[in-house]
Design a protein around this ligand. Structure first.
Ligand code: PMP
Length: 346
């Protein structure tokens, strides 16, 4: 039987399903609600027209990494580009894990940490968050050390809670955990605090970033930023040509004009204030801290509300188990989208 060849450890493994994308109001995937403006898209059009299609891309995406380094205030040699930060997570798992190695993460946190751990043959060890979805930092460190994990993954701000881990606690984790510590700053722009300034100070720190939340989800571009020693280890696993030429060209156009990103973030933050104020007026709703481009709300009959919203072609993220059973994660939309959600959520 062909199945005899398959990996036994992937037997009950479910493939990731991103779901349908054709809803009118898409508030489920933490994307930016505005497309690039017409002038910028025209400029990209010209760049694409002049692209070289018969040659492989720059394998190290050097110009992109240098431009991102400038944007993030680090050095280009400390930056590696990935096909989304998803790929960076996968590269990290494959670089450091042998079969049976353990990886620590919060529960809930971004699902790809567990998924890529398992794909690499590792074992995810989940540390439950507290009643207010806060992290018991000391408990987490002692769990990571007693389980002898190889890697810790933490998103900060956390997806899906929207909560943050304070800088001194992040430092405590980096110093306290005897393993690689990955701080995933996918939502950095909506929070404003980073641990990037410490990449050369610690030998075990990797920071992840992405372009997906700041208006460029379509081009699949993420980054990992770390010290030279970890970088040369990660390069052993990075697939060659992992970021295609078109993505590289488009990213260069945008990163040369970071004001496009700043403006977009400013608009999202303004809508976050609006949506937060309106949601908090709804009877019986509980809002969690919102430091990213979404708001996690706890609401009775969350799944019924989700179905009701879907009927109006409004999609939000719901959960079918655990602490988040009564929660919906609502991405910040445009004013029109937010109003449409608000009209239909009650
Ligand atoms: N990290 C976190 C915490 C995320 O929420 C996401 C996207 N949902 C990613 C990484 C992946 O982003 P990308 O689109 O760059 O693969």
């Amino acid at each position: 039987m062909i199945q005899d060849i398959f990996r036994k450890d992937l037997g009950d493994f479910e493939s990731y399903s991103a779901g349908k994308t054709d809803y009118k109001v898409r508030l489920n995937a933490n994307e930016s609600f505005t497309n690039l403006d017409f002038e910028t898209r025209k400029e990209i059009g010209t760049v694409i027209e002049n692209s070289i299609y018969n040659r492989y891309p720059d394998p190290d995406a050097l110009e992109v990494c240098d431009l991102y380094a400038k944007y993030a205030n680090v050095l280009g040699i400390n930056v590696m580009a990935g096909n989304g930060s998803d790929e960076c997570i996968q590269i990290i798992a494959h670089t450091f894990l042998n079969t049976g190695d353990k990886v620590a993460m919060q529960s809930p946190d971004f699902s790809m940490y567990g998924l890529y751990t398992k794909v690499a043959g590792g074992i995810p060890i989940e540390f439950p968050l507290g009643a207010e979805l806060e992290l018991d930092v000391d408990g987490f460190i002692s769990m990571a050390n007693s389980e002898k994990v190889k890697i810790v993954f933490l998103s900060n701000p956390n997806n899906p809670t929207g909560n943050i881990i304070k800088r001194e606690d992040i430092i405590k984790i980096i110093e306290g955990c005897k393993c690689i510590v990955v701080i995933d700053e996918a939502y950095f722009e909506f929070y404003g605090e980073s641990i990037l300034d410490k990449i050369d100070f610690y030998d075990n720190l990797i920071v992840l970033r992405t372009c997906s939340k700041i208006g460029l989800a379509a081009i699949r571009l993420g980054f990992m930023i770390t010290n030279n020693v970890l970088m040369s280890e990660l390069k052993k696993v990075k697939p060659p040509y992992n970021v295609n030429s078109i993505t590289q060209s488009i990213a260069c156009v945008i990163l040369k004009k970071p004001e496009i990103i700043y403006n977009n973030v400013k608009n999202i933050l303004a809508e976050r204030v609006y949506l937060w104020e309106k949601l908090s007026c709804i009877n019986g709703i509980k809002l969690y801290k919102a430091k990213a481009n979404f708001i996690l709300v706890e609401i009775p009959n969350a799944l019924e509300i989700k179905e009701k919203l879907l009927k109006q072609s409004i999609n939000v993220r719901s959960y079918t188990s655990g602490k988040l059973l009564n929660c919906l994660r609502i991405t910040i939309g445009s004013r029109e989208e937010n109003n449409c959600l608000l009209k239909n959520i009650i």
